[in-house]
Design a protein around this ligand. Structure first.
Ligand code: GDP
Ligand code: MG
Length: 293
């Protein structure tokens, strides 16, 4: 009998959720960034091994929502918690205390699905720190999403909580997201990397055209920012910065598609897009009000 179900990876921004997702799937699906809030939506990865298939959901940070964007991200994360057969709660073990998931996420009661606590970044812990944590949270699993240490054990633990079921997706599929979606994420990731802290969180990427029938593949992408000043920063002196973002992003997309790509990259100002429900929906964020339960 096979098992299949949903494993939701939850935790605070920067805990290492996306790194863990990529490690489990064995390929880069989610944006990994030292900046919090860089995961846009729930990214669905699929891991099939032996007689177990895991549908892995990455969640945007569970944070105090200020903008419509953050409300949409939090609502998405809560939805992923509700849908889970098992939750992997990723904690940055180098932080001083380990709060229970429902406290960290400010939800009124613990989620229904069983929660496995993964103490991540174990590679950064001293032996003394590790011993102290092992004593205070004996049921938690030490992992390093970065090196992979402890991850097979974590996968085995999570698999035990999945229901008996036939596989839900073909065995060789690693994601339910489209290449078009990932191309947009790669452009956005590259912009975030090259901008440092100058235009935090205000960049969205929209793929206007994705023509796989052309050689090279033609992709027209628009980076949307909220203000003229941000547009100037993104473009840079004599267009140097946008040129460099385009070049690096194109190389990443070529590696993903295994084909040459022509990336037609534009920058537009869409005032206050993060507060605008229509714009959020257009950029692929799920816009819905937060529900509890
Ligand atoms: P998310 O916001 O929870 O999705 O976190 P990310 O996966 O984007 O990771 C946040 C930062 O922590 C990145 O700079 C990662 O490279 C780093 N990171 C993640 N896992 C580990 C780990 O196991 N060890 C170390 N040393 N760094 C990690
Ligand atoms: Mg992330």
């Amino acid at each position: 009998m096979t098992r299949a179900g949903i494993v939701t990876v939850a935790g605070k921004p920067n805990a290492g959720k996306s790194t863990l997702l990529n490690r489990i799937i064995g390929q880069k699906l989610a944006i990994v960034s030292p900046k919090p809030q860089s995961t846009r939506d729930r990214i669905v990865g699929i891991h099939s091994a032996g007689d177990v298939q895991m549908i892995v959901l990455d969640t945007p940070g569970l944070l105090n929502p200020k903008y419509a964007l953050q409300r949409a991200m939090r609502a998405t994360a809560l939805e992923a918690l509700r849908d889970a057969d098992v939750i992997v709660y990723v904690v940055d073990a180098t932080e001083s205390s380990v709060e229970p998931l429902h406290v960290a996420a400010a939800i009124s009661s613990p989620p229904k699905a069983p929660v496995i606590t993964a103490l991540n970044k174990a590679d950064l812990l001293s032996a003394a720190q590790r011993n102290a944590l092992a004593a205070s949270t004996p049921e938690a699993q030490f992992i390093s999403a970065a090196t992979g240490a402890g991850v097979p054990e974590l996968i085995a633990l999570a698999a035990r909580h999945l229901p008996e079921s036939p596989f839900l997706y073909p065995e060789d599929e690693i994601s339910t997201q489209t290449l078009r979606f990932f191309a947009g994420e790669l452009v956005r990731e590259t912009a975030l990397e090259q901008l440092g802290d100058e235009v935090p969180y205000s960049v969205a990427c929209e793929i206007d055209e994705f023509r796989e029938d052309r050689k090279p593949v033609y992709i027209r992408a628009v980076l949307h920012v909220e203000r003229d000043s941000q547009k100037r920063i993104l473009i840079g002196a004599k267009g140097q910065r946008i040129k460099s973002i385009g070049q690096v992003a194109r190389e990443k997309i070529e590696a993903l598609l295994e084909q040459s790509v022509y990336l037609d990259l534009w920058v537009k100002v869409l005032p206050n897009w993060r507060k605008n429900a229509n714009a959020l929906a257009r950029f692929g964020y799920h816009v819905q009000e937060e529900r509890q339960g």
